[in-house]
Design a protein around this ligand. Structure first.
Ligand code: GDP
Length: 295
């Protein structure tokens, strides 16, 4: 397990041979390697610092190095802590007692928000939960077309009012439509910008206040790296999220953004996107991602 990190830790651990106790002095080199591994997996620096402090405390608490391979024992502490921080088990989507369950999608442009909307709809359909998707991105005409195309492809209806209507009104009428159709879940796709701006946040807030979602999911591109922490902070502070979807995990990224998102917001990653196709969505399993981050 975690061969790459274990190799890197080797030198640090050589110094520890012959010692049978974990002490503040003798784990500093090792902690430095873990810190390097996390930073190279794109975990935000502040998040890394907080995490390392936790691991140090835990390791010192365990005190005694047992067995022939103290390195593996230490990595196990790091791994367990990582899984714990990211949430020990998979947290499912909201499921309102009284349908429709309302899901609001938020995030920057290009993160995979519209694709994730369709991926979720298909995922829910496979679980016998009927869906309606609502397109409120009036700023990018292609966005509504994209949602319509995806809807066709997965056989899920789309509610839209073109690009001249007010996004808040589209969302409101979308929920009314979902009730009229008697669908189980309505997923509201929203406009993204290349950067966080006040107009986007204001509009999102108004949509949220109007439709009172059961789940507000922040879509984060795994390739965002260090920036994921700032993004999460801004969205969580201004609109309040209840979970996240980490997209593009099929790419090179080691997925450190997941740790940042979870640490900053305290909210779980619920799904991961693993490809461009609508089927490429998986529930998030913290243990799998912990292995990926440490490898
Ligand atoms: P939006 O602007 O946030 O709505 O982003 P889109 O849904 O339009 O996606 C932007 C691009 O990312 C498109 O080319 C998608 O095919 C691609 N994309 C979305 N999710 C994934 C994913 O999980 N993996 C990969 N490789 N590409 C993705």
């Amino acid at each position: 397990m975690f061969d790459a990190l274990a190799d890197k830790l080797d030198d640090a651990w050589k110094k520890l041979r012959g010692q049978d106790k974990i002490s503040k002095a003798n784990i500093q080199d090792t902690l430095k390697e873990v810190r390097r591994a996390l930073l190279s997996a794109d975990v935000n620096l502040q998040v890394v610092k907080a995490f390392i402090a936790d691991v140090e405390k835990k390791a010192l608490g365990e005190g005694v190095i047992s067995g022939v391979n103290p390195g593996q024992q230490f990595i196990k502490i790091v791994y367990d802590e990582l899984v714990k921080v990211m949430g020990e088990s998979n947290v499912p989507l909201a499921n309102a007692n009284e349908p429709p369950t309302v899901i609001l999608m938020a995030g920057l442009q290009g993160t995979g928000k519209t694709t994730a909307t369709a991926k979720l709809a298909l995922y829910l359909r496979k679980q016998e939960r009927s869906c309606l998707m609502v397109g409120t991105d009036i700023y990018r005409p292609a966005a509504i077309d994209q949602l319509l195309t995806l809807g066709n492809q997965i056989d899920v209806p789309v509610f839209e009012m073109g690009t001249d209507a007010d996004p808040v009104e589209i969302a409101r009428q979308g929920i009314a439509k979902a009730k009229e159709l008697g669908v189980d879940t309505v997923i509201v796709d929203t406009a993204g910008r290349l950067q966080i701006d006040d107009d986007m946040m204001g509009e999102l807030s108004r949509i949220k206040d109007t439709i009172e979602p059961d789940d507000t999911l922040l879509v984060v591109d795994a390739m965002t790296g260090q920036e994921a922490a700032n993004l999460t902070y801004a969205f969580h502070e201004q609109i309040g999220i209840t979970g996240a979807i980490l997209t593009k995990l099929d790419g090179d990224s080691r997925g450190g953004a997941a740790l940042s998102v979870r640490q900053i917001s305290g909210q779980p990653i619920k799904f991961v996107g693993v490809g461009e196709k609508v089927e490429a969505l998986e529930p998030f399993y913290p243990d799998r991602l912990a292995s990926r981050i440490l490898n």
